[in-house]
Design a protein around this ligand. Sequence first.
Ligand code: COA
Length: 203
Amino acid sequence: MLEEEYEKGRRHLPAHLRPVEEPEAPFSFSIRPATDADIPDIREIYNYYVTNSVVTFDEKQWTVAQWREKFAHLGKLGLPFIVAESPTGQVLGYALVQPWAGKSAYRYTVEDSIYLGQAAAGKGLGRALLEALIDACREKGLREIVAVVSDKGAEASVALHEKLGFVEVGRMGRVGFKFGRWLGTIYLQKSLKPAKKTRLFAR
Ligand SMILES: CC(C)(COP(=O)(O)OP(=O)(O)OC[C@H]1O[C@@H](n2cnc3c(N)ncnc32)[C@H](O)[C@@H]1OP(=O)(O)O)[C@@H](O)C(=O)NCCC(=O)NCCS
């Protein structure tokens, strides 16, 4: 029997007996500053990658207390920390910046961090969240953002940062060891033009 004949001969259920296919809901989200109440969701999103990937060099899951401390510290410094949430209020991902280094002359430079729940990846949310984070950094008067990305398994992150104007400025090999293998880091940097004529802030 030819394939077309076979196809023709296939039985189809009458319309009223066919299962109704729900149209897939469009992927929508809103972006807002993170709050203390988001911490359990943020922790869960991050810990998935701690346990299952080499995109972060953390090997031990973070506790709620550690996240609370980080949230409070970044809040005190006034650094952007944002989340994306679904229309039902579920946290889909987060993005934050933290000081690049402790010495005071580094005060215009931050390091970004962006993590999405697995189901929310690959749908354009990373771009939207990182764009919002960059805008917030510009508003704040920050001038340089650095991304430190694992050289294994983080292709999406490298692609996302490069799409948004980050430029690779260096690499280090074999600086991390996780799941029995050596890992390196890729450094990407983006310079920000100040949003308006802002005076540089003193230490
Ligand atoms: C990295 C991450 C934030 C990216 O977010 P995302 O929502 O998956 O990315 P998007 O769908 O917004 O894609 C952004 C751009 O990168 C491109 N891209 C995404 N993944 C890619 C891949 N694996 N290879 C090449 N390009 C890729 C997309 O095509 C898109 O380009 P476009 O906007 O011009 O169409 C997300 O995948 C994630 O949370 N990954 C796990 C955690 C992680 O690695 N965090 C970063 C640690 S440094």
